[in-house]
Write a protein of this length. Structure first.
Lengths: 114, 117
């Protein structure tokens, strides 16, 4: 298994541009998450999904959109990039309900908005 | 709401020194507690976890005990190595199987650990 994969690894955007961060997992996990990590801060939840076709907002959803058309894929869309969205983005997945289960993280996407 | 507070960092130690990274939490119900580690340039990986009060999680020489009375989950290691240099995150997840938390994690701000030879 490749686990959780994310593309691209790095990206520089200009203000106002849009892009999609890709996330794929091959473990057949129902639950998927997007977090952002700002310097010196912990991870903040942007959006999450409990299954194909079902998504919900996390703590910091403004400026982002998601979709979940398949179990494997959970892309994150930035429509109008702003400098405040400069961050490292992590995708994660969880096999099933139960807070005691471990989330599996991708390697991250480092995004800079200039 | 839930919150996790970690000790201020960064932490710099010599090899073979004793490590403690403090973590306290605020949560409703009975959260599960985790320590994740992030090595340079990599994503997060689970280091250890504990799912109920008085449980001790352990892995790679690291230990942490779930203390409900003090709402704490401090990370310890008796003798650190240079290879332990990384960022350590304490995190919690609400609830048990069938709950409505959907496994969402609340993270502390992270503690940078640097170990010198």
């Amino acid at each position: 298994n490749a686990g959780v994969t994310q593309t691209p690894k790095f990206r520089i955007l200009k203000i106002g541009q849009s892009m999609t961060l890709q996330c794929t997992q091959d473990m057949n996990h129902n639950y998927m998450y997007w977090y952002r990590q700002d310097p010196g801060m912990g991870l903040k939840l942007i959006y999450y999904s409990v299954g194909a076709g079902i998504t919900d907002k996390g703590e910091v959803p403004n400026g982002y959109n998601v979709s979940r058309s398949t179990t494997e894929d959970f892309p994150l869309r930035l429509e109008l990039a702003a400098p405040s969205q400069t961050s490292v983005y992590f995708c994660a997945s969880l096999p099933r309900a139960g807070g005691y289960n471990e989330q599996f993280f991708g390697p991250g996407t480092r995004l800079t908005v200039l | 709401g839930n919150s996790v507070t970690q000790m201020e960092g960064p932490v710099t130690l010599s090899e073979e020194a004793f490590l403690t990274i403090n973590c306290t939490y605020t949560a409703t119900g009975y959260p599960s507690l985790f320590w994740y580690v992030q090595y340079p340039g990599e994503g997060l990986q689970l280091l250890l976890k504990a799912t109920k009060a008085d449980d001790k999680g352990s892995n790679k020489g690291f230990e942490a005990t779930y203390r409900k009375e003090t709402t704490s989950f401090h990370l310890e290691k008796g003798s650190v190595q240079v290879s332990d240099s990384a960022v350590y995150f304490c995190a919690l997840s609400e609830g048990h199987a069938g709950g409505t938390s959907y496994g969402k994690l609340t993270f502390g701000q992270g503690t940078i650990l640097t170990v010198h030879p």
